[in-house]
Design a binder for this molecule. Sequence first.
Ligand SMILES: Cc1cc2nc3c(=O)[nH]c(=O)nc-3n(C[C@H](O)[C@H](O)[C@H](O)COP(=O)(O)OP(=O)(O)OC[C@H]3O[C@@H](n4cnc5c(N)ncnc54)[C@H](O)[C@@H]3O)c2cc1C
Length: 418
Amino acid sequence: MNKILIIGGGAAGIMTALTAKNEHNEVIIIEKNKTLGQKLSITGGGRCNITNTNDRDEFFKNIVSNSKFFYKSFHHFSNHDMILFLEEMGIKLSYENERVYPQHQSAQRLVNALVEKLEKQNIRVKLNEKMTDIIIKDKNAVQISTNKVDYYLEKDFTHIVLATGGLSYNKNDSFEILKDKMKISTLYPSLVPITTVTDFSHLSGISLQDVCLRVNLNNKTYKTHGSFLFTNKGVSGSSVMDMSAYIVPFQDKYDKDHPYTQGLEEIISYKGEKIFLDIDFLPSLSTEDLHKILFDSSKKMLKTKLSSYLPLKLSIYLLQIYDNVDVHNLKKAEKMDIINKIKNFKTQVKNYGSIKSAIVTKGGIDVSEISPSNMRLKNIENLYAVGECIDLDALEGGYNLQIAFSTGHLAGSNLALE
Ligand SMILES: Cc1cc2nc3c(=O)[nH]c(=O)nc-3n(C[C@H](O)[C@H](O)[C@H](O)COP(=O)(O)OP(=O)(O)OC[C@H]3O[C@@H](n4cnc5c(N)ncnc54)[C@H](O)[C@@H]3O)c2cc1C
């Protein structure tokens, strides 16, 4: 009989427990919080964007780090398997484009349903209990200590699953416990707002449905599109959050030993160069279209013409000195300058939102440590790792939860067969 201790009762830990439990296996979840699934209960603005309907190729375009490592987990338990799993639990789903939500629109009710399923399967849960140490000997985890008790190999467990998540929203020092036992790749905040050198506070609150962003870094161009929001300190929205997932590791002075206390007020650079965000505020209009709209023969003011497409306050800001000019007197270069400000607005990146407020953590247990076919650590035979504590992350859209569910399901299924 296997005795499986799962450290962490979030999405990944819960899925591991549900799949590992059978008549031969005893499964216990150890969770430091007073309830299970606290982060899951706030996902998707409280509605939980649990997965999406994309096909495999489209799905993998949205995985930012170590997508190849994730192939086997996804093949074993895909987004479509997750949809079936939820339907079999009696959870009706609603679909918004490719995004999938529970029809009742409540992440907390989803957590409650999963907890009920754990209870039905006789999975034990120990709350308010925090892993404080793990001892490895002869390629095996031999002891786990918590703030309450010590657990020993054979007597108390045969296998351990690390499902301790990332650094955001809930102070998490698990990587401190793990770092001298395995390679931990640098931890960065991902899916965070970007602060800018330019002060946009007077535009704060203005939002746009669809903008395109571009950043050139290290001879590569990163592009994202989606919603956009001016904030007190810079910019946000899904286009910006997604961009952060790509560019956050390009920093000269990132203090990798202190991800919680980065100097967020410092202006970052990469290889000594400033980092610029290029914003296309009207990606649906070509330069030619915009030229026709703004510089046609009508007598309307420029800001009036532009404000049919963008909020008036933003239109005035973008036009600046050209606000009140007669378009017929504009030179060709001035017209290009105006178009450039709308379709290629450059703003210098100052820094990123803190890791505490990040949607996910980039980095974690290095994938070279883990076997992708079963999520077992290559050098510690009875230790598995699943979910966000691994160096795997994705863009917004239900991909990160699917990573947690797929890796958890793969580890759990393997444990069920052992
Ligand atoms: C505000 C917000 C909204 C989000 N919305 C979405 C969304 O809509 N769709 C999506 O796909 N993703 C979303 N995400 C990301 C998603 O929540 C995570 O990717 C996912 O929860 C990761 O699951 P996990 O089980 O690996 O980690 P977690 O959910 O973080 O669970 C880890 C658990 O381990 C526990 N733990 C940690 N250390 C210890 C220890 N030493 N001892 C005992 N227990 C420990 C923690 O308390 C925690 O409960 C969102 C994230 C945030 C913060």
